[in-house]
Design a binder for this molecule. Structure first.
Ligand code: ATP
Ligand code: MG
Length: 576
């Protein structure tokens, strides 16, 4: 392509609403433009990158034996009601009512649709295993769209779904997808880590996430120093804390007047105590039943672990009215004494169970209770009571005796063993070898295409702009022709351009009538890995200049070697 004929609206200034480098640079390099909160147009350069990533994914999926299909973005809500996931996704799922008053969903993912297809079409175990995938827009009305295309409301996802006659076959495909993902991310030039993950809204028995370690990532990766264990924060298990010695002569529980202190911080200030000495009593609803979670004041409840402890039942925080009715007090003053017995279920975090003495809410507006001894003043066991790990890991925690470390990451992909969660609800069965009906066992595998691009930019940039990995760069080579008024320069540049194109290289010829400064600036900003500079001065000696975007030095080479040396360089960058 010729730069003069391409739409590449680069921007000098950093956009005010872009907080992180990838978002800023994708706008500045003319890759994307914001349409509304969480929705973006991919301009020609950005769309080229997107297609490069899509091609890599497609090649690897085909090589792994998956078959490409395309499912509709518009899906009937009834399918989601059948699996109960309309509630799980809640307001994140975009819904609309059509002119016939039917409720539709804009696909946030496609387990329901693909399983319904399998239910209608698959008959025999002989048709299995089958792995179907698509690369298509997905829609999620994210609570907080941010960081450009990293968390947007509409994005491109590669989603694959595999069907199996048994668990062993699922394991084989799961492993194949896992290995395929490793190849995809490596080919995209990304350094990734693989962490154990919770299955979240997907459900199922096992899951791994592929994450790009990076300061601005929204996910927290928890790992041991030797990396023998790595999980995301939602999943990361912690060792139980040791039982703390009980001080002697703890008095009886005592209600203390703590007016206007509905938060942990406010109570601590008021009572001169520390969050680690407090118990938080959180009130949830599972259908119409009240479920309580007790965690230490300085700990955060881990929603995923809590859901696992509740056998994956859908749960949500109770509303203000329910809390007031249940505790008899305003929100912020719930406490365990006398309350646990009334709940249909109580999950006590293991760190609460070993507290020697604590302060909690008093179930009385503006009152807290001091001298609360777990096990003495409220039960730690019973038909409705269970102790479990339901909090986030924190600095200082260990797992299997090893210290846990924390780093941030961007989730670019996730693989799940789903088991029969969807096939059982939607009736996807086949006849097995003995002629009896058996439910399909399933796996699913997602990749965020946009996040691959944004993570690459986030990790690979300098103060001048993007430094693309060659495999997903919009062009592999840019030829910067200086002195457009010089016929020799124009001819030489055009000649190299044509030859590279004939060799199948993606090359951009900067033939704009501009001074060298702005041309170099744009080349650096859009980050094309190899730059060939054709200028009057060097050309007088029969030379051109060859430079890598990732290095500051350049070298002069004879025009006659331009083609061979550039091809060599392209090859070496792919081999890196
Ligand atoms: P997150 O936890 O970041 O919200 P998720 O776990 O809900 O993501 P999945 O359902 O696993 O996402 O979707 C598969 C992939 O789609 C993710 O690994 C991620 O790369 C991508 N993805 C998910 N949500 C978004 C989004 N809002 N914007 C861009 N990409 C997304
Ligand atoms: Mg995920």
């Amino acid at each position: 392509m010729r730069y003069s004929q391409m739409f590449i609206p680069t921007v000098k200034e950093t956009p005010a609403d872009a907080e992180i480098p990838s978002h800023q640079l994708m706008i500045r390099a003319g890759l994307i433009r914001k349409v509304a909160s969480g929705t973006y147009t991919y301009l020609p350069l950005g769309f080229r990158c997107l297609n490069k990533v899509i091609n890599i994914i497609r090649q690897e999926m085909e090589a792994a034996g998956a078959q490409e299909i395309l499912m509709p973005a518009i899906q009937p809500i009834e399918l989601w009601q059948q699996t109960g996931r309309d509630a799980d996704y809640g307001p994140t799922m975009c819904r609309f009512q059509d002119r016939h008053n039917r409720v539709n969903v804009l696909a946030p993912t496609a387990e329901e649709v693909v399983t319904a297809i399998a239910a209608g079409e698959l008959k025999s175990y002989k048709q299995l295993p089958m792995n179907l995938y698509q690369i298509s827009p997905k829609f999620r009305d994210e609570f907080r769209p941010r960081f450009g295309v990293l968390r947007s409301r509409e994005f491109m996802m590669k989603d694959a779904y595999s069907f199996h006659a048994d668990e062993q076959s699922l394991q084989q495909t799961y492993q194949k997808m896992y290995d395929t993902y490793c190849r995809i991310f490596k080919r995209c030039g990304l350094e990734y880590v693989i962490v154990e993950a919770e299955t979240g809204e997907m459900g199922g028995s096992a899951s791994h996430q592929f994450s790009i370690p990076c300061e601005n990532g929204e996910d927290i990766i928890v790992h041991t120093e030797d990396n023998s264990y790595a999980a995301n924060l939602e999943k990361a298990a912690v060792d139980p804390l040791p039982q703390q010695p009980k001080p002697q002569d703890i008095g009886q529980p005592e209600d203390v007047h703590t007016p206007g202190t509905g938060t942990i911080e406010a109570v601590c200030d008021f009572l001169k105590t520390k969050p680690a000495q407090m118990i938080k009593t959180l009130i949830y609803k599972v259908e119409d039943q009240i479920v309580l979670a007790l965690v230490r004041g300085d700990h955060d409840l881990n929603a995923e672990k809590f859901t696992v402890a509740l056998d994956r039942q859908h749960n949500e925080l109770a509303d203000e009215k329910t809390i007031e009715q249940f505790t008899g007090a305003a929100v912020g003053f719930a406490g365990p004494i006398g309350l646990l017995e009334k709940a249909s279920k109580v999950i006590i975090d293991q760190a609460v169970a070993v507290m020697p003495v604590a302060v909690s809410g008093a179930n009385k507006t503006d009152y807290h209770t001091a001298n609360v001894v777990p096990g003495r003043d409220f039960p730690l066991s019973g038909a409705n009571i269970q102790i479990a790990d339901i909090r986030n890991a924190v600095e200082g925690d260990t797992y299997k005796g090893k210290k846990l470390l924390f780093k941030r990451g961007i989730e670019v992909g996730q693989v799940f063993k789903l088991g029969t969660k969807y096939s059982s609800k939607l009736g996807a069965k086949v006849l097995d070898e003995n002629g009896s009906e058996t439910l399909c066992t399933m796996g699913c595998y997602g990749i965020g295409v946009n996040r691959i691009i944004a993570s690459a930019v986030e990790l690979r940039n300098d103060k001048f702009g993007i430094i693309w990995p060659i495999s997903i760069a919009p062009f592999e080579v840019i030829i910067t022709a200086l002195n457009q008024e010089d016929a020799e320069v124009v001819k030489t540049a055009a000649d190299i351009y044509e030859k590279l194109r004939q060799k199948g290289i993606d090359v951009l010829l900067d033939d704009r009538e501009l001074r060298p400064g702005p041309k170099f600036k744009d080349a650096d900003l859009i980050g094309i890995p190899i730059r060939i500079t054709v200028g009057k001065k060097a050309l007088a000696d029969g030379n051109i200049e060859l430079k890598l975007r990732s290095e500051s030095k350049s070298r002069h080479i004879p025009v006659t070697d331009a083609l061979s040396q550039t091809l060599e360089l392209v090859e070496s960058l792919y081999a890196d």
